[in-house]
Design a protein around this ligand. Structure first.
Ligand SMILES: [Zn+2]
Length: 186
């Protein structure tokens, strides 16, 4: 069984939350910034907010120190991405850098935004794309029981373990999908 390196921290952007990333609890508990939380509250349907954010144990809201945001701003300017990144995007990248400093690597950013991905990769942060359009990683999940650790291919009914009744969680596998760049020459 492949056992990859587990992320020390996961940071979600607005697109990740809207894509249902909080429907099943993640491990480790993902983080988002206040700016992202505000965007989600503005854009999400009531049910998404209730399911994902109403149960606040599924996500930690924390904000990066201003110095970390400034670092990201500089890096984005160097890369020519400054105008394509929102303040919320910058806050996510800064939080990712801060979590790497405090918790270690890898820190994974979950998003579907190319400019975010590009800047994250130049900052040495891992990136999980929500769709196959992403250039580096495509999301793959492992579902498991929080209680007995039994693994599931799909989420069982009600998100509850069939064996012991504990809550099902998911975590990303560490498969590195560089399929498009590993085509051997003809
Ligand atoms: Zn179980």
């Amino acid at each position: 069984m492949p056992s990859g390196e587990r992320p020390r921290a996961i940071v979600l952007d607005t697109s990740a939350v809207l894509a249902g990333m909080l429907d099943v609890p993640l491990e480790p508990t993902p983080c988002m910034t206040t700016l992202v939380l505000n965007e989600v509250r503005a854009k999400a349907s009531r049910s998404t907010v209730d399911v994902g954010l109403g149960t606040l144990h599924r996500v930690s809201v924390m904000d990066p120190p201003p110095a970390a945001v400034e670092e990201v701003r500089k890096k984005a300017a160097e890369l020519g991405e400054a105008l394509r990144l929102s303040e919320a995007d910058m806050s996510i990248l800064a939080l990712g850098a801060e979590l790497r400093r405090t918790r270690g690597s890898p820190v994974e950013i979950f998003s579907d935004d190319y400019s975010l991905e590009n800047t994250a990769s130049h900052m040495g942060l891992s990136f999980r794309s929500l769709s196959s359009r992403g250039i580096t990683h495509v999301m793959e999940w492992r579902y498991f029981c929080r209680g007995c650790r039994r693994e599931y291919r799909n989420v069982p009914r009600g998100g509850i373990c069939e064996i012991c009744g504990s809550e099902i969680r998911r975590r990303p596998t560490s498969k590195k999908a560089h399929a498009r760049t590993q085509q051997p020459p003809e």
